[in-house]
Design a protein around this ligand. Structure first.
Ligand SMILES: C[S@@+](CC[C@H](N)C(=O)[O-])C[C@H]1O[C@@H](n2cnc3c(N)ncnc32)[C@H](O)[C@@H]1O
Length: 254
């Protein structure tokens, strides 16, 4: 069974846990680490009646890009939790920059523990986090425990374009898992190919520059950094060819 560190590394497309100490440096130019705040906001605006009493939980929130935009747009309270303390520090700074610090709470922690004691939220977000909470069914069951009856989950994951892209599920298989875990799919929003490729190009450019700086500073670890860049490239190829990146809005019905 993979350890918390192995899953953390994988959630940020690193193959080795040896890379974890270097991730804040490598990702310093990026605020958004996975999910699109615009897609999440669009799904909320179209489907949920949000006001200042709404409580939003952002699990594995990274640097808070999604939850800060949500607090800014809807004036609701958000709580973000991430295991990387450097990311939480950036999230706190950004919440001050955007003038929403009184609405935002950011904490360092392991979301495997948060899902046990966090309760009664109206919306829980899990954006581009992979299998940190287990497989798809286990993940939805754990998320369900953190929200009220008739609460919502915003999940950024992917639909496999064919049955063979395991561990990804096709949309058909996702619908089965969603039903089994007591949810219904309210809406989903996929990333357009043009938008995806421009975001990925921009991210790859930043990562390539930071990787090469680290190779200069730590030549003895060049192999580790080179491998990271390769993993990033193969994830981009996967996202462009085998998997359709999608944000799902689910409503708890049981
Ligand atoms: C690809 S990033 C997505 C971040 C954010 N949700 C977003 O979309 O911008 C994955 C995040 O999962 C976090 N993570 C991985 N394992 C975790 C754990 N066990 N507990 C809390 N956070 C975790 C990482 O630190 C990282 O910030």
């Amino acid at each position: 069974m993979p350890s918390i560190e192995e899953k953390l590394a994988k959630s940020l497309t690193a193959e080795s846990t040896d890379l974890i100490p270097y991730l804040p440096y490598l990702l310093q130019d990026l605020w958004e680490l996975g999910s699109s705040p615009n897609d999440m906001i669009h799904l909320i605006s179209e489907n949920i009646d949000v006001n200042e009493t709404t409580r939003v939980l952002d699990l594995a929130c990274g640097k808070g890009a999604v939850s800060i935009h949500i607090a800014e747009k809807f004036g609701c309270r958000v709580k973000g939790i991430d295991i990387m303390s450097d990311f939480i520090e950036v999230a706190r700074q950004k919440s001050r920059e955007y003038g929403v610090q009184s609405l935002c709470e950011y904490l360092t922690g392991d979301i495997n523990e948060s899902v046990i004691f966090e309760k009664n939220h109206d919306i829980v977000i899990l954006g581009a986090v992979g299998d940190v909470l287990g497989n798809q069914l286990e993940t939805l069951v754990k998320l369900s425990a953190t929200i009220k009856r008739e609460g919502y989950v915003l999940l950024d994951d992917g639909y496999a374009r064919s049955q063979s892209e395991k561990p990804y599920l096709t949309k058909e298989k996702w619908l089965e898992v969603i039903r089994q875990s007591g949810f219904e799919l309210v809406a989903d929003q996929s990333v357009s190919d043009a938008e995806l490729s421009s975001v990925l190009d921009e991210q790859m450019e930043c990562l390539a520059r930071r990787t090469s700086e680290l190779m200069d500073s730590y030549p003895e670890k060049a192999g580790l950094f080179e491998q990271y860049l390769k993993s990033q490239m193969s994830e981009c190829a996967e996202l462009e060819n085998d998997i359709l990146g999608v944000t799902m809005l689910l409503k708890k019905v049981k």
